[in-house]
Design a protein around this ligand. Structure first.
Ligand SMILES: [Zn+2]
Length: 241
């Protein structure tokens, strides 16, 4: 069944049959609207697809509010929220009381001795070890990307009602998530190795109604603890011998 109905009950224009591709085959059929052509709200099938996408694409948790705004079809507000979150993270991490491009530049720039390649001034926000060329390129590249993020995209969204549609806003949110992950220490030069973030298992345990699940979680945590202790004593033995 086609979900050809705006969530705000707008009177939708009559659809005409047009050339439509389905699984590599072409024919004349109705083309479903992705957004309501009257109010701009996501149509139900678009809402579902976007939600499914974010089930797989794990947005940085600081973007939870921006994600919720997308589900409400408040696209411009979602983009503005993402810019604020990134800027706040940069300010908190660098300790600088600046904005936009100036903030990015002062927070991420570093000085390097051209002859020896040694870092002579470490950046306030260091994304990686800054030893290899890839690491230096990441730091420098992300600085340029973030400068563009604020100078280009942010300023446009801040001062105008952007009519470019939801796709652009989704790409802003994804870029924001990428930057926030880097600021959280997940540099892509670390061969995709994911840094463990601290999880509050007591909170999870309290909200676990199934007795068997609680038992399983206790066993896993006990085993993890035992493994960690074993590793620590191994390191101690190696250092002392
Ligand atoms: Zn509508």
């Amino acid at each position: 069944m086609r979900k050809y109905k705006c969530p705000n009950n707008c009177r939708l224009p009559r659809r005409k049959k047009e050339l439509v591709e389905k699984d590599g085959k072409w024919g004349f059929d109705y083309h479903d609207f992705t957004y309501c052509p009257v109010c701009g709200e996501m149509m139900p099938q678009t809402h579902e697809a976007v939600k499914r996408f974010f089930d797989i694409y794990h947005l940085n948790s600081k973007l939870d509010r921006a994600e919720q705004l997308i589900y409400k079809s408040e696209f411009n507000a979602a983009a503005r929220e993402a810019f604020v979150v990134v800027e706040t993270a940069l300010r908190n991490k660098s300790g600088l009381d600046l904005h936009g491009v100036d903030l990015v530049n002062k927070a991420l720039s570093y000085d390097v001795d051209k002859k020896s390649g040694q870092i002579t001034k470490i950046p306030l926000i260091q994304l990686n070890n800054l030893i290899t060329d890839s690491e230096k390129n990441e730091q420098e590249g992300v600085r340029f990307m973030l400068m563009g993020f604020f100078q280009g995209a942010r300023n446009i969204f801040q001062h105008n009602k952007v009519g470019s549609g939801a796709s652009d806003v989704l790409s802003i949110i994804i870029q924001a998530s990428y930057f926030l992950n880097l600021l959280d220490g997940h540099s892509i030069t670390k061969h995709g190795e994911w840094i463990r973030t601290k999880v509050d298992y007591s909170d999870i345990y309290q909200n676990m109604p199934n007795h068997i699940d609680r038992l399983k979680l206790r066993c896993i945590l006990r085993f993890r603890n035992w493994k960690h202790k074993k590793m620590q004593s191994k390191i101690k033995d190696t250092c002392e011998s």
